[in-house]
Design a binder for this molecule. Structure first.
Ligand code: SF4
Ligand code: MG
Length: 466
């Protein structure tokens, strides 16, 4: 998901809509905005579909006046599986002692089931099936005398990954979990302040990047006091999601001081070193494989070409929750450039193989178009474990790499060769010259390694085996 917030501007809703539009790649099912206006109080609009279709209409924007607001773009990682219900669309808003608050959450709470059970037993009235709603109820129950303190109380009970943007009537609040699994950055626009999942949403509104919210940090921002930084949690060594670098973030964003684009190009270069092959063309599976394919081509000297053309009117396949649509989605979204690939030995570069749907369909299409050989090169290690921190990987059984070796996958996909970047190679590409430190890994890489930095306790209750 993507989160955004702004305070101290004339129309918070306009800025938020633009910011969410730039974060649309992080969630395409639904989006919502909450604002506060001194006269009208809190207002919210939450809708299915793209930001550009909902938050451009004058009648919608007229409902959202005020100088402070937050927003969220959603793709479902918890709560009602499959199709999202409108009740699960964020931000969530509630009134309680010390005033109301709204929150938008990116990540996944790993102890949400047990928190929810406990809260319901003690009288909380839930409005959604989302894990994120727990935070609001925990805040409402806190005995602290102001909302930032209540939020600290709440988040100290929450386990898992969270980058949260929240607002009171006058304050914008940003928090990252102690491991800093999901991103969150701070920017300045005119006299106002911005919080966003990624820097690309600062660019769209002409905001200046100030810094990242640090892992374990809470920033409380108001027009009156500016930024006040808090440290509500016990300090831990950060474990940022390495998959943000591989796939999730936009290539024009900066993560941890590094350009996502150049990291992906480095991944492609590493792949070319680790898994060279003689071929005629390097082609990306667009768009997610594009920067890595460029890197592979630069390193290997094999020409880069667009052997697969993407229909720009389709969203991200993976993020489409229903399996049948995802299957068809590949053809709706990608087509082979027949004239180019005929008779050629093609290296196809994609970011990841999850269920194998994309690679399987593409191999069929490209062989049908007359390619002489197909070599898959994947910009991440085999995805053998589900993510419980906010990326919607399927159950373990559905992950191709959970049940098959790389050679079995190659056979299953029916390609001439299949190679994944090594975990160390990936770490080198993100700037860790010595690779992964096995004693104390620098990133979260659980979907590749099975090394979960936070125990997924709800999942373990449901029978998941580490
Ligand atoms: Fe990111 Fe994978 Fe960790 Fe999930 S499990 S947070 S996708 S690295
Ligand atoms: Mg892709």
């Amino acid at each position: 998901c993507g989160v955004f917030g702004v305070v101290g501007v004339s129309s918070a809703a306009n800025f938020t809509a633009l910011g969410l539009h730039a974060l649309q790649h992080r969630g395409q099912e639904a989006g919502g905005i909450v604002v506060h206006d001194p006269e009208q109080g809190f207002n919210t609009v939450r809708r299915f579909g793209y930001v550009r279709d909902n938050f451009t209409q004058q009648d919608v924007m007229d409902m959202l006046p005020g100088p402070i607001g937050i927003g969220h773009v959603r793709y479902s990682t918890s709560g009602s599986k499959g199709a999202t219900a409108i009740r699960d669309v964020q931000p969530f808003f509630g009134e309680f002692a010390m005033g109301g608050a709204a929150i938008a959450h990116n990540g996944n709470i790993t102890n949400a089931d047990s928190l929810r059970r406990e809260l319901i037993e003690r009288g909380s009235i839930f409005q959604s099936s989302s894990d994120s709603e727990c935070i609001i109820h925990l805040m409402a129950r806190s005995l602290q005398r102001n909302i930032p303190e209540r939020m600290k109380d709440a988040l100290r009970r929450v386990e898992g990954a969270f980058s949260v943007v929240a607002m009171t009537r006058t304050k914008l609040i940003g928090v990252r979990d102690p491991l800093g699994v999901r991103p969150l950055v701070l920017g300045k626009v005119g006299d106002g302040w911005v919080l966003s999942s990624e820097t690309c949403a600062l660019d769209i509104i002409g905001a200046e990047f100030i810094r990242e919210v640090e892992p374990g940090e809470m920033v409380v921002i108001s027009e009156k006091d500016g930024i006040v930084s808090h440290r509500p949690f016990e300090a831990k060594k950060p474990r940022f999601c390495i998959f943000e670098h591989v796939y999730f973030s936009r290539p024009d964003s900066i993560l941890g001081g590094q350009s996502v684009y150049s990291t992906r190009e480095n991944i492609g270069r590493e792949l070319a070193k680790e898994a060279p092959v003689d071929a005629d063309l390097v082609c990306p599976v667009p768009d997610s494989g594009t920067p890595a394919a460029i890197g592979y081509s630069l390193e290997s000297g094999i020409p880069y070409a667009m052997g697969i053309i993407r229909n720009q009117y389709m969203g991200r396949t993976f993020i489409e929750p229903s399996e049948s649509i995802r299957n068809m989605g590949v053809r709706l979204k990608l087509n082979v450039n027949r004239a180019l690939v005929r008779g050629k030995r093609i290296i196809l570069v994609d970011d990841s193989v999850v269920r194998g749907t994309t690679s399987h369909k593409i191999k069929e299409m490209i062989l049908e178009a007359g390619a002489a050989e197909v070599h898959f090169r994947i910009a991440s290690p085999p995805t053998a474990w589900p993510c419980f921190y906010g990326v919607d990987t399927p159950q373990r059984e559905k992950l191709l790499a959970a049940t098959m070796s790389t050679e079995e996958m190659r056979e299953h996909l029916g390609v001439d060769s299949l190679k994944f970047i090594s975990l160390d190679g990936l770490y080198r590409a993100v700037g860790e010259a010595k690779g992964r430190d096995p004693a104390s890994p620098q990133y979260c890489d659980a979907c590749f390694s099975g090394d979960y930095p936070v125990e997924p306790s709800d999942q373990i209750h449901k029978g998941f085996q580490l």
